[in-house]
Design a protein around this ligand. Structure first.
Ligand SMILES: [Zn+2]
Length: 662
């Protein structure tokens, strides 16, 4: 990688240098440069949709908001201009898994990218930030929580930043379905670098949320945002709502009569497993996926599905973010999501390749009751929330006035068992306490694997019963990590695997085996939820839950649930149209492929056929049935119309002849 391409608009050869410094030349030069970068690093010939407009807006220093549906090519809109500009691009994104994924993709393209996340050591964080100051990093990914750290703020003052990208920007809005208080920190870092523009990106935002995003991100001096919106219409995606009280049968039936890769979304981990098993019994290749699986297991299942070894993946909503499989033919919802936003995002994972795909929502009578109940589960009584807060303090033995800034591991099952709570309600209470600023709850803390030898080096050397692969793994471990005999050390399983020329799963099995033989103790990589006290512990009765934390949010949640129920219940408006209208897009046409459109058009053509039959028979003479099929109507519509006319006794059939009844 050449530095001049990384660090500025400087052309790669002198021939590309603009002859004069006029603005027009600069613009055409920039336009040339971004096309060149797009081709060179991403291999595309041209920008799609509104990508170019967004890029030109942010590169000219304007605060910019881009609304693009999933699969619209969002990352290009910040990665390409950043490559063409001087300085580091700071990318704020809430999902650690996604962050690591993107950094890896950029690195594979030879681009200098780094991320800061919670499990990194202080030294690593320091080095990463210093690299940004020294111009050795083009993209720095950070979680919003990181923005308030003093170290980050100090270092940020010394960085040359081209612009700040806020991904999943709807998280900054109180009205967004996925509001995260830590996103409000973003406005504060704008004070440190007031001249640096912001690029906000989101795949789901109602008009109210759009206004709120711009409002929350603006500075007193900044000009209004340039807002670019790409139509959320997905022409190749057919939306279907299937009403049934036997979902399992319906699901198996649909999958048996279709082909291609599919995702089935459910809301419980347990159910993901059960359904995958039942599908397998029904002869459909299926596996399951949820956040509670071990990471190697998750990776394996995801890979099998990705390369079509497994056809169907039955998953909770933990599955999908950052997964880029273009040829998913169907996304089925076994359980109903609690907002149109979530539904649209999940359903939108089908058909990214532009070919025909289906989004099917299975809904039964019971679902409407369950959806209504979700409102009270998600917003438990205030007294209950205070009780959870108090039980937490008992659980961790934190005295009133203590606890500030301390992080604890949190096992929801254990907590619930001890205090006789119901997990979904506890998690809901934690969300509300987080919104009120008392604590922070994170369930995607990715803890690295740890390892410790239980025998000494001498004993290890004396072992004669290690297999060749075990030898290789042990050698790699000893070469990379110095203190494994003294204590636990964090190890990187994929790095060890790479050095041994083995698969990660194989290394995992070797380490498990050595663990069982008490040669070492291996704690695999896993996700441990954590709770961090953001304030000193209060007495429960002093816990404040103001309207913007409780009542207003409750009302919004209720509205979202009801919008979702409305989508599932209605059959008088094109589904695609209904979804687009929810996001403030006025669509001028019906999609003509959803179940509603199909239902209406069948109805229309049947009426047309009936009219044509009546006209043919209006001469009062008998006509052969075969004559009907020369009418300019669909054969199935003619059959249906004829059945209807005969049963209503408008038409009389005798010896293959038809006559109007007088
Ligand atoms: Zn339609």
């Amino acid at each position: 990688m050449r530095n001049d391409e990384l660090n500025g608009i400087k052309p790669t050869t002198s021939a590309e240098k603009p002859a004069t410094d006029t603005q027009a030349d600069n613009i055409s030069h920039f336009s040339f440069l971004i096309s060149h970068l797009l081709k060179k690093y991403w291999g595309y010939d041209d920008f799609r949709g509104i990508q170019r407009e967004i890029i030109e807006s942010i590169a000219s220093g304007n605060d910019t908001l881009g609304l693009m549906p999933t699969g619209g090519g969002k990352s290009i809109t910040f990665q390409v201009p950043a490559m063409a500009m001087q300085g580091v691009c700071i990318v704020i994104t809430p999902l650690i898994a996604l962050m690591k994924d993107q950094v890896q993709h950029l690195q594979q393209r030879g681009i200098l990218a780094a991320a800061i996340y919670n499990t990194m050591s202080h030294d690593d964080v320091l080095r990463t930030l210093d690299n940004c100051i020294l111009g050795r990093t083009k993209f720095l990914y950070v979680s919003p929580e990181r923005l308030s750290s003093q170290l980050f703020i100090t270092k940020l003052r010394h960085m040359l930043v081209c612009f700040i990208t806020v991904d999943e920007a709807h998280c900054i809005s109180q009205w967004g379905y996925d509001f995260r208080p830590s996103y409000l920190q973003i406005a504060r870092i704008r004070d440190i670098q007031p001249d640096v523009p912001v690029l906000a990106l989101t795949a789901t935002a109602t008009p109210q949320v759009v206004t709120d995003i711009c409002d929350k991100l603006k500075t007193p001096e900044s000009k209004p945002f340039n807002v670019f919106r790409m139509s959320f219409e997905r022409k190749n995606l057919t939306y279907i709502v299937r009403r049934t009280n036997d979902k399992m049968n319906e699901l198996a039936h649909i999958l048996q009569h279709t082909q291609g890769s599919a995702i089935v979304y459910v809301r419980s981990r347990q159910r993901s497993k059960e359904i995958a098993q039942q599908l397998t019994v029904a002869g459909i290749s299926a596996t399951f996926y949820h956040a509670g699986l071990e990471s190697t297991d998750k990776d394996q299942r995801q890979r099998d599905w990705q390369d079509d070894t497994t056809r169907v993946i039955v998953a909770t909503n933990a599955f999908g973010m950052g997964i880029d499989k273009p040829d998913v033919r169907m996304v089925l919802h076994y359980d109903c999501p609690d907002s149109i936003e979530a539904y649209f995002q999940e359903a939108g994972r089908a058909g990214r390749d532009g070919k025909q795909a289906y989004a099917v929502l299975l809904i039964g009578k019971q679902d409407f009751i369950t959806l209504e109940q979700r409102i009270s589960t998600t917003f438990p009584e205030k007294d209950y929330i205070r009780q959870v807060y108090e039980h937490l303090a008992y659980y961790y033995q934190i005295a009133t006035g203590d606890g500030y800034g301390i992080t604890h591991e949190f096992c929801v099952e254990q907590f619930c068992q001890r205090f006789r709570h119901f997990p979904p309600r506890v998690l809901a209470a934690l969300q509300i306490l987080q919104r009120a600023g008392y604590l922070e709850y994170s369930d995607e803390q990715d803890n690295q694997a740890r390892l410790h030898f239980l025998i000494g080096r001498d004993q290890l050397n004396l072992l004669s019963n290690l297999s060749a692969t075990e030898e290789r793994v042990v050698t790699a471990l000893l070469r990379n990590y110095g203190g494994l005999f003294a204590d636990y050390e964090f190890i990187n399983e994929s790095e060890v695997a790479r050095q041994c020329g083995m698969k990660e799963q194989e290394v995992y099995l070797v380490l498990k085996g050595l663990s069982e033989r008490r040669i070492l103790n291996f704690i695999p990589r896993k996700q441990v939820p954590q709770i961090r006290y953001m304030q000193r512990r209060e007495d429960a009765e002093h816990v404040m839950l103001p309207p913007d934390v409780y009542e207003e949010r409750l009302e919004q949640y209720r509205q979202r649930i009801h919008a979702m129920m409305d989508y599932a219940r209605r059959d008088d408006r094109c589904r695609s149209r209904l979804l687009l209208e929810y996001f403030g897009e006025t669509s001028t046409h019906d999609c003509r492929q959803c179940d509603v459109c199909k239902g209406l058009s069948d109805h229309d053509s049947e009426a047309e056929a009936a009219e044509a039959i009546r006209h043919l028979l209006s001469d009062g003479k008998p006509h052969a049935i075969s004559e009907l099929y020369s009418l300019p109507c669909d054969a199935s519509a003619i059959d249906a119309a004829l059945r209807q006319l005969t049963s209503e006794e408008h038409v009389q059939q005798q010896d293959g002849m038809l006559k109007l009844k007088s």
